[in-house]
Design a protein around this ligand. Structure first.
Ligand code: ATP
Length: 446
């Protein structure tokens, strides 16, 4: 599908529109932009970092704080290189790479659709595929040789497996229980693209749930359903979400069963999260390679076993892209076009914007006082620049659910207007009732 077309009923050319809105409003910038950028790494600006933190917090709340049976961890990005031998990544974390002999562009063999080069249009110019390892590596210490090679982790999961015993013992958890982590992962992707869909540096939100081997199918089903509910709870259109089951040729080397949660992006159905039954593969391999016992002793039955693992593995950036793509709306109001992000209020970077209607008669002073008071409760943006219409439109594009305006009547009776981003309804609220009013609105939306 070319860029201009759009699947899923999204507005035409959505990816380009999202990229430019993200830059214009300070959500997402190309990394090192003043130097022309660097391949598929992005920086989150003031609004982007708030949105990302809100998604991260929603995940942590759901996966860790709400569950007595899940513990958190924050492991190092650099790990003992033996970890990646045990996990199979040194040997097997590869994509088949082909190069066009004419234009020298490189592609993932599985992305190609025939013998014609998508870049220069020549046919029959591809080299034989060769395996390309996606792990970035660097050197630890002053000597740069094979013995000092370390890898930037390509997934956060291994930091969980190697801490399995530490956490099970210190948190005194009994199987079944889980360990969750959010953190950076790095992959030297051959064909990154579609904005933040496929990046080389990204963040994952992963949870590994350790179960008795015979209970794997049941727990798999439980987590599969819970994860879909969570994505829906972010306010994502249910018709644009589906499960995709991995066929035998798609399954990763460690997986017994795998389902992806897919979203209907403008460029088609694509994975946003994977739910995998990783069996006892990882713990067994780490036991073998480290020589340390990673069995679990069940005090009730007296059995010893290596637990099976049900993994839920989501991309934080990719989830953010889903949230943005799904929220982006163009509509016509009284003959005028408006662009808005219908973000779930819980995720919106700014909860309330505060404006003086005009920059005179003491309105800015009252508005600043109102903004300062609200700042104790929620994220607030104060704006007195430009016409009120333009200020509303800027906040619509930022996804701000409520705009509060101080006007002539405020000076008489200490009430303000509260405008709802989606319905455009305005209601008058007394200043001293504002914090409670906003909290009630945000809770009702949650
Ligand atoms: P893909 O087939 O898209 O490369 P994958 O099957 O390799 O993905 P997993 O290894 O299962 O992906 O990773 C789990 C999640 O991490 C994905 O569902 C995705 O949300 C996220 N993810 C993986 N690779 C990237 C990337 N290069 N950029 C952004 N997010 C990614």
């Amino acid at each position: 599908m070319t860029n201009g077309e759009s699947a899923g009923g999204h507005p035409p050319d959505l990816m380009n529109k999202l990229t430019s809105l993200s830059k214009r409003r300070g959500f997402i910038f190309q990394s090192s932009e003043i130097y022309g950028g660097v391949g598929s790494v992005y920086d989150y600006g003031p609004l982007g970092v708030e949105l990302k933190n809100n998604i991260r917090a929603a995940w942590w709340q759901e996966m860790v704080h709400r569950r007595p049976d899940v513990e958190g961890v924050d492991a190092g990005i650099l790990m003992n290189p033996r970890v990646w031998e045990a996990s199979g990544h040194v040997e097997g974390f590869t994509d088949p790479l082909v190069e066009c002999r004419n234009c020298h562009r490189r592609f993932r063999a599985e992305d190609l659709d025939g013998v014609q080069c998508p870049s220069c249009g020549m046919s029959g110019t591809f080299t034989e595929p060769r395996q390309f390892n996606l792990m970035f590596h660097t050197f630890m210490g002053p000597v740069q040789d094979e013995a000092s090679t370390v890898y930037l982790r390509p997934e956060t999961a291994q930091g969980i497996y190697v801490n399995f015993r530490n956490i099970q013992e210190t948190a005194r958890q009994k199987v079944p229980f889980g360990i969750a982590q959010i953190g950076k992962a790095f992959r030297n992707e051959i064909t990154p693209g579609n904005f933040i869909f496929r990046m080389r540096e990204f963040e994952q939100m992963e949870m590994q749930y350790f179960v008795e081997p015979s209970a794997d199918a049941e727990w798999f089903e439980t987590w599969k359903q819970r994860r879909m509910e969570w994505v829906r709870g972010l306010g994502v259109t249910p018709e644009r979400l589906r499960f995709h089951e991995h066929g035998p040729d798609e399954l990763a080397h460690y997986a017994k069963t795998a389902f992806d949660i897919q979203y209907l992006f403008p460029f088609g159905w694509q994975e946003i999260e994977g739910i995998h039954n990783r069996t006892d593969f990882d713990l067994s391999r780490h036991q073998e390679y480290s020589g340390k016992k990673l069995e679990y002793f069940d005090p009730a039955s007296g059995d010893r076993f290596i637990p099976f693992v049900i993994e839920t593995s989501a991309g934080l950036d990719r989830t953010l892209l889903v949230v943005l793509a799904d929220a982006y709306t163009e509509e016509e109001i009284e003959g005028e076009q408006r662009v808005l992000l219908r973000l779930h209020p819980r995720l919106a970077p700014i909860k309330a914007a505060v404006f003086p209607l005009v920059k005179k008669d003491g309105m800015p002073d009252v508005a600043k006082r109102v903004a300062d008071e609200l700042r104790e409760e929620v994220t607030v943006f104060y704006d007195e620049a430009g016409s009120i219409g333009r200020r509303y439109r800027r906040q619509d594009e930022a996804g701000t659910p409520y705009c509060i305006t101080i006007d002539g009547q405020t000076l008489e009776d200490e009430t303000v207007t509260v405008r709802d981003r989606d319905s455009l309804q305005q209601e008058r609220v007394a200043i001293d009732r504002l914090p409670g009013h906003l909290q009630a609105l945000l809770e009702a939306a949650a």
